[in-house]
Design a protein around this ligand. Structure first.
Ligand SMILES: [Zn+2]
Length: 433
């Protein structure tokens, strides 16, 4: 071979090799640079897979399905669909006993199944049930069967809402971002002062309250701190205050917003018989005094203690049927007749709070149909519960008065800072200018 041609070929090979090495080097370093630059925008799991964590479990190699519990669906129904054996379900119910009662699984609640396909059949690894937004129950089915309840961190946030009523308090609160729960709380709070069925357009309200938040989403009202309602141009201030026996609401002068007694101790359908000195008794078929108010309601309707007090009677009697009597103080007692059932824990000597469940409507004793016969005693004599002037609940006690007054000023200044939303008319006028 010609030496010249040979040398030329060697040179050519060297040049080519050099070219390739250099090109490869730059190309790869360029790629690396690009990768470094883009590592911020490329989803992290593509570069360096982060495990996917759900309910504190790594679920990457699993499938996940979310459902809502159907009516009459039991934990067995749920797990059998994911090929969990009867034996495992039995064991699980046993292990769960002290943590969560599996019979309490309720319709429409969310549950999540974490499973793998085994021989193309789903096989559950874990079940997570959410009884409420604040907690979830984990049922671990593999390895060692175990059950635990996990609570999500709840953040309490202060919120304010205000509005001018156009048609109803309900609509106005919802329109301004409130919930039906908040409407109920406001209506209950002012229930003694204001008849919300007679609210009038132009009435205004401001409510300062705290909300429970999970992952930035509201899961309910914690409590109302204070409120102001302008009803027919009269201001009604409400300040939440605890003087040692739980939170109550007080007005400007430190008087309780609540009366000592509920107006009605039961949600009734109609008043079937009023208090009267003389009436024709439907069962005894003769004229007789009726020293109570009869509220007709279906059997099983809850009956609530009209006020705080101590149970003095809880028994069955021939004419009164199952009945409960409460001594509220030296002056007042109330009695509840013809109950189908007396509530758990209601027996002579036990203390009750206003609104506490004491029993259920029935027709035991001398009664022609299911109703509550409500009797009101004042100074040992029976009076008409519908006509008696109900006394207010305990006001702020002397010892707490200065603390209450300082707190009231603080709440008032906070309420003063809440603006009313611009009315639609004002917005329209502003737009026209
Ligand atoms: Zn009666």
């Amino acid at each position: 071979m010609n030496r010249k041609i040979f040398s030329a070929l060697i040179l050519l090979v060297l040049v080519l090799l050099t070219y390739f090495f250099v090109f490869e080097y730059y190309a790869s370093s360029e790629l690396e640079g690009k990768a470094k630059l883009e590592s911020d925008s490329i989803p992290a799991e593509l570069l360096q897979p982060d495990p996917t964590i759900l309910y504190g479990m790594v679920v990457d190699s699993f499938q996940v399905q979310e459902h809502a519990v159907k009516r009459n669906q039991s934990i067995s129904d749920i797990l059998l669909a994911y090929n969990v054996s009867h034996q495992t379900i039995f064991q699980l119910a046993n292990v769960a006993k002290n943590v969560f009662d599996v019979r309490k699984i309720a319709p429409n609640k969310k549950y999540t199944v974490i499973y793998q396909d085994v021989d193309s059949l789903p096989s559950a690894t874990a079940l997570v049930y959410e009884p409420n937004p604040e907690e979830y129950v984990v049922f671990n089915l593999k390895d060692s069967i175990n059950v635990y309840v996990e609570k999500r961190p709840v953040e309490i946030k202060e919120k304010a809402i205000s509005g001018t009523i156009q048609s109803s308090l309900y609509e106005e609160i919802l329109k301004n971002g409130g919930t039906p729960e908040l409407v109920d709380l406001v209506a209950d709070m002012y229930g003694w002062q204001i008849d919300f069925t007679k609210i009038y357009p132009g009435d205004q309200f401001k409510v300062l309250f705290t909300e429970r938040n999970i992952d930035g989403k509201s899961v309910g009202v914690e409590e109302i701190l204070g409120a102001e309602l302008i009803h027919y141009n009269n201001p009604f201030l409400s300040v939440a205050f605890d003087q040692g026996d739980g939170v109550d609401y007080f007005d400007e002068e430190g008087k309780s917003l609540r009366k000592a007694f509920l107006r009605y101790p039961v949600k009734f359908t109609r008043i079937s018989s009023r208090y009267t000195a003389k009436r024709f008794h439907p069962v005894q078929k003769r004229y007789k005094a009726h020293l109570g108010t009869d509220y007709a309601a279906p059997t099983g309707t809850p009956i609530y203690a009209a006020g705080d007090g101590v149970i003095t009677k809880a028994l069955y009697e021939k004419y009164n049927g199952r009945n409960v009597k409460i001594r509220h103080n030296a002056t007042y007692s109330t009695q509840y007749l013809h109950m189908n059932r007396i509530a758990k824990g209601i027996s002579p000597g036990s203390k009750v709070k206003q609104g506490q469940l004491i029993g259920y409507v029935g027709s035991t004793g001398l009664a022609s149909g299911p109703h509550l016969c409500y009797r009101f005693w004042k100074n040992g004599r029976q009076v008409d519960a519908m006509k008696v002037d109900l006394p207010p609940s305990e006001p702020i006690k002397e010892d707490y008065l200065s603390t209450f007054n300082r707190y009231k000023s603080y709440i008032r200044s906070k309420l003063d800072q809440i603006p009313y939303p611009e009315s639609e008319d004002e917005v329209l006028m502003a737009g026209m200018q």
